[in-house]
Design a protein around this ligand. Structure first.
Ligand SMILES: C[S@@+](CC[C@H](N)C(=O)[O-])C[C@H]1O[C@@H](n2cnc3c(N)ncnc32)[C@H](O)[C@@H]1O
Ligand SMILES: [Zn+2]
Length: 274
């Protein structure tokens, strides 16, 4: 059940004191005796005192519904083409930092067969992820305090999630690969316009994210994925419920009726550890 976690033990460290730690009969125990239980559902919770997060279970379930419809398969497939250029020699893993409910990590583990750690701060997300695959080592953990040893990772993936470039540089091996995905200016454009938002805000956020990435990675390249995914009314509603822009907001009755497709416009930023 915990095989992927047990075999990642050498890469992990205690999130509290940063000392080495090891698994002992169902617990993860560090040299200073900080102790974390392995969940029987197949993940390790390194943030046991967490309050409920921003996303919550139903947003992750909506994300899973949208993934099952294939809406993000082009991105998963493109990542599977990009990642083999990472230096995956034995002992180095791929880290998905902010993995959500684990769609990409599970896909990439079966496509690439490399040791993979999927990490998210929300336990509800990691619970769903652990149901997807037991071949990935799933952690409830904070990407701004990664529970990983220095230079233990061949590639960091950071998809539509906050970044912490200091931590990414610390855990990446010297020639390690950094892949970040940010929304393009037309990402989910139809939904944002229905909510009365503007596309400009997303465009400004995207430019800022790109600039920050360039400051923190060498040999940067940027490519765009831009397509329209056909939607039923039900699928459109799940798209709406899965993103923070839909949280706590109601669409006008019938707003999604005329919607035939949703635009998925993403930027894939790739670079090396500087
Ligand atoms: C928009 S979701 C993207 C999830 C996934 N990468 C995907 O594309 O489906 C952003 C994710 O970042 C996670 N997140 C936010 N802050 C985090 C932190 N400090 N450490 C780890 N994960 C974090 C959230 O819990 C959420 O799952
Ligand atoms: Zn400790």
């Amino acid at each position: 059940m915990h095989e992927a976690l047990l075999s990642s033990a050498r890469i992990l460290r205690c999130p509290l004191c940063h000392r080495d730690a090891a698994f002992h009969s169902g617990s993860f125990l560090c040299e200073n005796r900080h102790c974390f239980d392995l969940a029987s559902a197949g993940y390790l919770n390194l943030v046991p005192q967490q309050k409920s997060g921003k996303y919550g279970k139903s947003a992750f379930q909506s994300r899973a519904f949208v993934f099952a419809a294939g809406a993000y398969l082009p991105l998963a497939e493109r990542l599977a083409q990009i990642l083999p250029s990472a230096p995956f020699s034995p002992g180095f893993c791929l880290l998905d930092a902010g993995c959500g409910e684990g769609y990409y990590a599970s896909f990439l583990q079966s496509a690439l067969r490399v040791p993979l750690i999927g990490l998210d701060i929300e336990r509800d997300a990691i619970r769903l992820a652990a149901k997807r695959s037991q071949a990935v080592a799933w952690l409830v953990a904070d990407l701004s305090n990664l529970p990983l040893q220095n230079q233990s990772v061949a590639a960091v993936l950071n998809l539509l999630s906050p970044a912490n470039y200091g931590e990414f540089a610390r855990v990446l091996r010297p020639d390690g690969l950094l892949v970040k995905v940010v929304p393009g200016e037309n990402y989910l454009a139809e939904l944002r316009l229905l909510l009365g938002g503007s596309l400009r805000a997303e465009s400004v956020a995207g430019v800022e994210a790109e600039a920050l990435f360039r400051q923190n990675a060498a040999d940067c390249s940027i490519e765009e994925l831009d397509y329209r995914f056909p939607v039923s009314k039900e699928l459109a509603a799940q798209f709406f419920a899965m993103t923070p822009m839909g949280f706590g907001r109601e669409l006008p009755p019938g707003a999604l009726l005329g919607l035939r497709s949703i635009r998925i416009h993403l930027k894939i930023l790739t670079g090396r550890r500087p």
